[in-house]
Design a protein around this ligand. Structure first.
Ligand code: SF4
Length: 192
C-alpha cells in the first residue's frame, strides 16, 4: 500500500467497525489523531488511553477532552507534536453504567490496536491507564508498575497513570510525568 494512505486506511477501518456491542453506545468509533503529513516511519511516540470520553465521542475527535489535551501539551514539551500518534485501547465510548470487559478490550485490541502497532512500529508506546497497561503489558508482567519501562527486541513500552489523574492532581503529578517523559527520551537516545 502507498505510504500516504496507510494511516487513512486504519482510521477508515476503525470508523466503520461494529465488531462488538460497545458500538451501540457511541456515536461512532473514534479514530486516532496524527499529523496529516506524517509517514508511519517517522512516528516516535504512540500514546494509548483506555477509551474515548463522552466529550470525545460527541465530537468524534481523538484525545480532545481537557484532561488529554493537557497531557498532550506536556508531551509536546518533550517530543515534537508531529511525531506523536494518539489512540485508544477501545475506540468506542463506554457509558459509566457499563464497565469495559476484558472480552471487549481484547476484540478491539486484536482488530485495530495490534494493526496500528505493527504498521507504525513506533519507537515508544506509552499506555496511559489501568486497562491499556494491563492488556498490552501482560507479555512482560502480570502487575506492571506505574513509571516502569519495558523493552524487548521489537518494542519499548511504558505504563503511566491515566490523563485524568495527571490533570486532577497536576501540581504534584505534572513534574513527575515530565520526569518520566524525559526518562523515555533518554532511553530512546541510548537505544538509537
Ligand atoms: S470498541 Fe473497537 S471492536 Fe468494538 S465496535 Fe468499537 S471499534 Fe469495533
Amino acid at each position: 500500500m502507498i505510504e500516504e494512505y496507510v494511516l487513512d486506511t486504519i482510521s477508515e477501518d476503525i470508523r466503520n467497525c461494529a465488531a462488538c456491542d460497545l458500538r451501540k453506545y457511541c456515536k461512532l468509533p473514534v479514530s486516532p489523531y496524527y499529523h496529516p503529513f506524517i509517514h508511519t516511519s517517522e512516528i516516535i511516540l504512540m500514546m494509548i488511553a483506555d477509551k474515548p470520553s463522552r466529550e470525545e465521542d460527541t465530537c468524534n475527535t481523538s484525545w480532545f477532552d481537557r484532561e488529554k489535551e493537557y497531557v498532550a501539551r506536556l508531551i509536546y514539551s518533550i517530543f515534537p507534536s508531529k511525531l506523536t500518534y494518539f489512540t485508544y485501547l477501545t475506540k468506542c465510548y463506554c457509558p459509566p453504567e457499563k464497565s469495559l470487559s476484558a472480552k471487549t478490550t481484547k476484540i478491539c485490541r486484536d482488530m485495530h490496536l495490534f494493526k496500528e502497532i505493527t504498521t507504525i512500529k513506533p519507537k515508544f508506546i506509552l499506555t496511559m491507564g489501568h486497562l491499556s497497561g494491563k492488556i498490552l503489558l501482560s507479555k512482560f508482567t502480570k502487575q506492571p508498575k506505574y513509571s516502569d519501562i519495558f523493552i524487548d527486541e521489537s518494542y519499548c513500552l511504558g505504563y503511566y497513570k491515566s490523563p485524568s489523574v495527571i490533570f486532577n492532581e497536576s501540581k504534584k503529578k505534572e513534574p513527575e510525568f515530565i520526569n518520566y517523559l524525559t526518562k523515555i527520551k533518554t532511553t530512546l537516545t541510548t537505544r538509537s
